[in-house]
Design a protein around this ligand. Structure first.
Ligand SMILES: Cc1ncc(COP(=O)(O)O)c(C=O)c1O
Length: 392
């Protein structure tokens, strides 16, 4: 590849096995490298770029956001866009209060602190946080302790204490959820990194009932599956439950770093000035852009588009699975799909890249598809065809 940036000149820490090409431009649902090669994008910056690339409305929102000269002022002062966005987030959900931050892991770390602060006011020993088998909640010390990936965890022990992983089994949880010691359970309605597993609605309802009965908080992590990706604005809506705390991040601000923790008033009441903080979180520039993204994604027509085309995509992927001996299973909903393959996922990802299709993995043998939410049927079909070639 002529445009490959020589590894020897690359000073970026090697925490990612980055693809060799240099991306220089994006348009619609395609990215282009320095040689002019086009890539149909089924990654969307890992579930971030819901509106694709070069979106006129998003670009205008960014330009307009600069007009007042306010990029950042800190959380010592109020700005209109942060207040307006929080009102929209509250109105769209179960929540009464919003804490802004800058990433997914940060949102979950915040959620853990908020849950503990609430719990300690209930009972002195109430502090434990329980995550579930297959979970991914981030790579900071607290969130790593709630992430079920031994290879991510082992080199960094000891991880934060009081956080453990339980089986996704209501019977087992019934035995574990001691109201005197457990503060919260955290769950992704669709486990993304853990292989794209849509958690059964019955399990979510059972978990909600059990946590409520035991005065334990339910934290829903919608960092990857929220904001329309499953076809409803919030994924929890489909199970007919409401959490006590919800975390969101990736698509919130059109590619700018942003996260948020949403919570009920009862939980928020436990938090006092100084209990948590962030220098950058919820600044006027990101929240102005995020207001535009919210309005574009909190739109019944967009959500219907994701529902209808997600169902079509699921059928097309199942048809691919039915005719390929190299596909073991297909799972997903809306615009988040996982495909278990017999080959190493990284090999399929590399072959797709050669064919001009960007896909990512979710485990050794699972391909993950996260197209921009605006992708149309013809491009979805083109992607499935290229994927079929890449799988072989
Ligand atoms: C469900 C979930 N939670 C948390 C995170 C961590 O988010 P970030 O990478 O922004 O820290 C991710 C990232 O992939 C995620 O998918």
């Amino acid at each position: 590849m002529t445009t490959a940036i020589a590894a020897a000149t690359d000073a970026i820490l090697g925490t990612y096995r980055r693809a060799p090409m240099e991306l220089v431009r994006g348009a619609g649902v395609e990215l282009f490298d320095a040689d002019g090669k086009a890539y149909l994008d089924f990654v969307a910056g890992i579930a971030v770029n819901a509106l694709g690339y070069g979106d006129a409305g998003l670009e205008k929102a960014m330009r307009d956001a600069l007009e007042d000269g306010l990029v950042h002022v800190s959380n010592l002062y109020r700005t209109a866009s942060g207040e307006r966005l929080s009102a929209k987030l509250v109105e769209s959900s179960f929540a009464d209060r919003v804490f802004y931050c800058n990433s997914g892991a940060e949102a979950n770390e915040g959620a853990f602190k908020i849950a503990r602060r609430w719990a300690r006011a209930q009972a002195p020993a109430k502090h434990e946080i329980i995550a579930l088998r297959g979970a991914f909640h981030g790579r900071l010390f607290g969130t790593l302790a709630a992430t079920d990936r031994p290879q991510y965890r082992m080199p960094f022990r000891p991880l934060a204490g009081g956080i453990s992983i339980a089986e996704r089994d209501l019977g087992e949880l019934e035995g574990m959820l001691n109201p005197e010691t457990v503060a919260a359970v955290i769950v992704e309605p669709v486990q993304g990194e853990g292989g794209v597993r849509v958690i059964e609605h019955e399990f979510l309802r059972g978990l909600r009932a059990l946590t409520k009965e035991r005065n334990i908080l339910l934290i829903v992590d919608e960092i990857q599956c929220g904001y329309g990706r499953t076809g409803t604005f919030w994924a929890y809506e489909q199970a007919g439950i409401t959490p006590d705390i919800l975390t969101v991040a990736k698509p919130m601000a059109g590619g700018l770093p942003m996260g948020a923790v949403l919570m009920t008033q009862a939980v928020a009441d436990a938090m006092q000035p100084g209990d948590h903080g962030t220098t950058f979180g919820g600044g006027p520039f990101v929240t102005s852009v995020a207001l535009h993204v919210f309005d574009r994604l909190y739109d019944p027509a967009l959500l219907q588009h994701v529902t209808d085309n997600g169902a079509w995509l699921g059928t097309a992927l199942q048809a691919l699975a039915d005719r390929s001996l190299k596909v073991r299973a297909v799972r997903g909903v809306g615009f988040i799909w996982g495909i278990d393959v017999t080959d190493a996922a990284k090999d399929v990802v590399a072959r797709a890249l050669d064919l001009g299709l960007l896909i990512c993995s979710a485990g050794e043998h699972t391909i993950r598809l996260l197209p921009p939410l605006v992708m149309q049927r013809a491009d979805l079909a083109r992607g499935v065809k290229l994927l079929s070639e890449a799988i072989g």
